[in-house]
Design a protein around this ligand. Structure first.
Ligand SMILES: Nc1ncnc2c1ncn2[C@@H]1O[C@H](COP(=O)(O)OP(=O)(O)O)[C@@H](O)[C@H]1O
Ligand SMILES: [Mg+2]
Length: 354
């Protein structure tokens, strides 16, 4: 089921009349049958967007379509959505089977049919043998799968997951996210997966939507967003270690950092700009255009990370990742030269120029 959000806004007004603009003018088309990651920092409006799609919030402005039908004023229970929260929200006094069957019993489905469907869903999420247990007798990951089975049991047109892995430890998080991906592939249900974790979103999503402070930033395949960030916010938000940022100047069309020319052919007035270079986008170079004062070198597995700082660029550390066969070239050196292979240039406002 394709989900279309048209100029969607949600503003919360408190009793004193203060307005929180949680979401502003969001225009996106969420393709049918895909897993879409809704990504952004905490408080940027992700849950608000999800609850608007679910019908739990009423938009301040804009419309929501499921396929061709306008569902903006359709109540949540008639939208055909399945919703899973971070905290699972299982009924503690009910067994796994009763939890999963709950939505079906609510719609007065005959009991033996409900039991059969609940078992199918439980098998799908690999908890089919735990049907008689209570939630407290399950691990966090198993509880989350019960919540997913319960959300799937009414065969929703759209599955909405709000930070479903946040309460799991690192290993379970990895395993459960792979299972969510698998379940989504098997069922083909249009799924929106909310997370603030860029790596999680990148690994699981067919496409990601990035928002910041209630404002749309970019939507595309994860690798495309990483390789072609629309602006400085996106460039900084994706990638670990984060992109390296340098202050640059454009003078008569020539870009330089610390007086060293890096590129030319820029248009417009002389001005300060921001230069972004991903950690893996440098090569080691004796006559390198950027000189690093090395603080330490980490050698982990197949990579070396050089951590240091650059003269006159003292607001953040520089991290450069090179293959480990360079170890002898960087070991015990206090200064190293690097040249960017690929860089992104932004106006100081964050707008990308190149
Ligand atoms: N019910 C509400 N009343 C008032 N403000 C809210 C409400 N829900 C969310 N907000 C505000 O809207 C913004 C976005 O919140 P939210 O969508 O929960 O962010 P996220 O899920 O990305 O962390 C925040 O500033 C939050 O404080
Ligand atoms: Mg949230």
């Amino acid at each position: 089921m394709e989900v279309v959000l048209k100029s969607l806004s949600k503003h919360f007004t408190d009793r004193k009349g203060n307005v929180a603009k949680a979401l502003n003018d969001l225009d996106v088309t969420i393709p049918s049958g895909k897993l879409i990651g809704l990504l952004g920092p905490s408080g940027c409006g992700k849950s608000t967007t999800l609850y608007l799609i679910a019908g739990l919030h009423k938009p301040t402005q804009g419309q929501i379509f499921f396929g061709d039908s306008d569902v903006t004023n359709v109540p949540p229970e008639k939208r055909g959505i399945g919703l899973v929260f971070q905290n699972y929200a299982l009924y503690p006094h009910l067994t796994v089977r009763q939890n999963i069957m709950f939505p079906l019993e609510n719609m007065k489905m005959p009991k033996d049919e409900a039991i059969k469907i609940a078992q199918e869903m439980a098998d799908l999420v690999d908890i089919g043998k735990l049907m008689d247990r209570k939630p407290k007798e399950l691990s966090g990951g198993q509880q989350q799968r019960v919540a997913i089975a319960r959300a799937l049991v009414k065969k929703p047109r759209v599955l909405l997951l709000d930070e479903p892995l946040s309460n799991l430890d690192a290993r379970l998080r990895l395993q459960t996210r792979e299972e969510i991906k698998k379940i989504q592939r098997e069922t083909g249900i249009t799924t929106i997966f909310v997370t603030h974790d860029q790596e999680e979103a990148m690994s699981i999503s067919d496409e990601i939507i990035l928002i910041n402070a209630g404002v749309f930033q970019q939507m595309d395949h994860p690798q495309k967003v990483y390789d072609e960030p629309a602006n400085l916010f996106v460039a900084k938000f994706l990638g670990n270690p984060a992109i390296n940022i340098f202050h640059g100047q454009i003078k008569t069309g020539v870009l330089s950092v610390n007086g060293v020319e890096l590129d030319k052919g820029f248009k417009g007035e002389d001005r300060n700009v921001v230069v972004g270079v991903r950690p893996e986008a440098f090569y080691l170079d004796n006559k390198g255009k950027i000189e690093i004062n090395v603080e330490f070198v980490e050698h982990i597995g197949r990579d070396i990370t050089v951590v240091g700082n650059v003269e006159n660029q003292n607001d953040s550390k520089v991290r450069i990742i090179i293959p480990s066969d360079h170890y002898n070239d960087v070991f015990d050196k206090s200064r190293l030269g690097f040249t960017p292979k690929r860089m992104y240039i932004f106006e100081e406002t964050g707008e990308r120029i190149k």
